[in-house]
Design a protein around this ligand. Structure first.
Ligand code: BMP
Length: 264
């Protein structure tokens, strides 16, 4: 399906090139699924990519949870994700001053060299985004930042005024592709979408087709409802990798999110 027909005003109004790349891949795969590959070994991540990569648009990683990390092993993950046409998204949640964030994009994980997208908190102010962008400049790559405007964890401190201030930072920066929203609450998501408008993306963790509640305060909502409320990407971890049959679970998440997009 033609991306503009599927995405409508989002396709027309989003400015960041990687948002179009995501929307294009989503149309190709008929899926809005971002896989949260929260596994401690490269071998497990590689197997997961092999099993579900055809219906996943981006691979979200926490590179610092990988046991015995080596860049040589990690490059296999990067290569496998690219060969399946997935974007690479490191959920680093930067939160420091700009200069330090720039340095943290390098280091042993060298996030700047392989990640297309990263998350950042806005708590330290706008310079964190400039630091991240400067790191991509250093290696002559283009990347996009998703700012945490809401969270799915219960009791989080990202209240309305924090969200509003985060959107002010995000609107002012060409590097901010969009926001993390709370996928477990259609009400919160609709409010967020009304404030964000059409020009930036909202990606949502906290979605699951069966579980009502996750462990340690994670909250879940229905992925199709999240898309209908304004989410552009559903971030799914345990719903896929803990499933007895990850491939068919991923297909279910893909079709429910895609159908919701077309309905929207
Ligand atoms: P799961 O579907 O297994 O609950 O995983 C959710 C993923 O989304 C995790 O990788 C977590 O780090 C991330 N996440 C979240 O759950 N809530 C947020 O508010 C922000 C996140 O990045």
């Amino acid at each position: 399906m033609n991306a503009e027909d599927a995405w409508g005003p989002r396709w027309v109004n989003c400015a960041h090139p990687l948002s179009h790349e995501f929307m294009r891949v989503a149309c190709e795969k008929e899926s809005l699924v971002v896989l949260a590959a929260d596994l401690p070994h490269v071998s497990g991540i590689l197997q997961l990519i092999e099993d579900v990569g055809d219906c996943v648009c981006a691979l979200k990683t926490h590179v610092d949870m990988v046991d015995g990390f080596s860049m040589e092993d990690w490059s296999k993950v990067v290569e496998a994700a690219r060969s399946k046409g997935m974007l690479l998204f490191e959920d680093r949640k930067f939160a420091d001053i700009g200069r330090v964030a720039q340095t943290q994009m390098g280091g042993m994980y060298d996030i700047r060299s392989w990640a297309d997208l990263v998350t950042s908190h806005s708590v330290s102010g706008p310079d964190v985004v400039d630091g991240i962008a400067a790191a991509w400049d250093d290696v002559e790559r283009v990347g996009g930042v998703l700012l945490l405007a809401q969270m799915s964890s219960s009791g989080n401190l990202l209240g309305e005024s924090y969200t509003d201030a985060t959107l002010d930072i995000g609107r002012a920066s060409p590097h901010v592709l969009g926001y993390i929203g709370n996928g477990s609450s259609g009400v919160e998501l609709k409010e967020l979408r009304a404030k964000v408008g059409e020009g930036q993306m909202i990606w949502t963790p906290g979605v699951n087709l069966s579980a009502k509640e996750g462990v340690m305060g994670q909250r879940y909502g229905n992925p199709a409802e999240a898309v209908l409320a304004g989410s552009d990407a559903i971030i799914v971890g345990t719903g896929i990798h803990k499933s007895a049959d990850p491939a068919s679970a991923a297909r279910e998440y893909a079709s429910s999110s895609w159908e919701a997009l077309l309905e929207r």
